[in-house]
Design a protein around this ligand. Structure first.
Ligand code: PSU
Ligand code: MN
Length: 307
């Protein structure tokens, strides 16, 4: 039986021409940013990938199919729609089977990218181990997915709404390479530094591409997390963002927010509490990740052609 996949015309053409493809997630559009900035940002991220020699493939579930690449109309419909399901590994198949509309998280986007033969994926921040996970057991399905699915994910690290030391410990346990790009410190989304040293550091897209291909040669099933620091001019100082994070976490606890609602609730509250500031930074770092992912995808294609 074949996979229920529909490639956009642009992705079909890229496949035919051998143009490198960069996967993009859709939960950042439906649950990570407010309308209309979500649709504008999605279009700008796609344009950034094209400007750097690769083809964007935003992934979402529409009418029983995994869409690899969305048309402009599909993208803006998704960005405006309400009640779009947030899909991770647990709910991807059920949404496809019932014909619902679904946005893919990092975990589900990795699964779909792998099925479509795409190696590289750019996003903003990944899910991780939540603070208080020792009692709530809230660990994002993004983390075990990185251990299982061979896609290189470029993110700006993880948000400080999470427990970053526990997130790094989990990834180490599951054998996921965490590679800081161009620095030693693991970046913390709005901040270039978290105060935690990343387990690995690489300074070029070529090195990241070579490591990706070597994992495949070794038969190692998982992916790589590339942690790309936010550009300096878009950074928000840690003491500025910390009180807003604390406030959002306290509200989530008071309102008993649980399971898959936790991350969207925190993201939305932090956007509201910081007004435009965090959104502008968020957009800048996603564009920055799209550029790096395009360079990595290009290198993977070049190096693969040589072997
Ligand atoms: N973190 C962000 N921005 C996001 C997300 C996380 O800074 O948009 C989204 C991504 O789609 C990620 C998902 O895969 O939230 C993780 O949700 P959860 O913590 O419920 O696994
Ligand atoms: Mn969770």
């Amino acid at each position: 039986m074949s996979h229920p996949i529909i490639l956009s015309p642009e992705v079909t053409e890229a496949r035919a021409n051998g143009t490198p493809i960069v996967a993009l997630e859709s939960t950042i559009i439906t649950h990570g940013m407010p309308f209309p900035q979500n649709v504008e940002t999605a279009a700008r991220v796609e344009a950034e990938v094209r400007a750097h020699g690769a083809t964007p493939a935003t992934i979402a579930i529409l009418q029983h199919h995994i869409h690899i690449g969305l048309t402009e109309a599909e993208l803006s419909r998704l960005g405006k729609a309400r009640n779009v399901a947030k899909l991770s590994r647990a709910d991807l198949a059920a949404c496809l089977a019932t014909g619902g509309t679904g946005a893919t998280t990092v975990a589900a986007t990795m699964i779909c990218a792998r099925l479509a033969g795409i190696d590289t994926f750019a996003t903003g921040g990944i899910g991780g181990v939540h603070r208080g996970a020792e009692t709530s057991f809230d660990i994002s399905a993004d983390l075990p997915e990185l251990a299982e699915t061979a896609v290189t994910v470029v993110a700006a690290g993880a948000k400080a709404i999470l427990d970053l030391p526990k997130t790094l410990e989990y990834l180490e346990t599951r054998g996921v390479p965490v590679i800081a790009y161009g620095q030693d410190d693991f970046p913390a989304f709005w901040s270039r530094e978290s105060g935690l040293r990343a387990p690995l550091r690489m300074d070029t897209p070529a090195a990241i591409a070579a490591a990706h291909l070597m994992r495949i040669r070794l038969g190692l099933p998982g992916g790589q997390l590339v942690a790309n620091p936010i550009p300096p001019d878009a950074e928000i100082p840690r003491d500025e963002i910390t009180p807003h994070i604390e406030a959002a976490l306290a509200e989530a606890a008071a309102q008993g927010i649980a399971a898959k609602s936790v991350t969207p609730f925190l993201l939305q509250r932090i956007f509201e509490l910081t007004a435009g500031r965090s959104l502008a930074s968020n957009i800048a770092l996603v564009l920055n990740n799209a550029r790096l992912a395009s360079a990595i995808a290009t290198e993977i294609a070049l190096q693969r052609a040589k072997t």
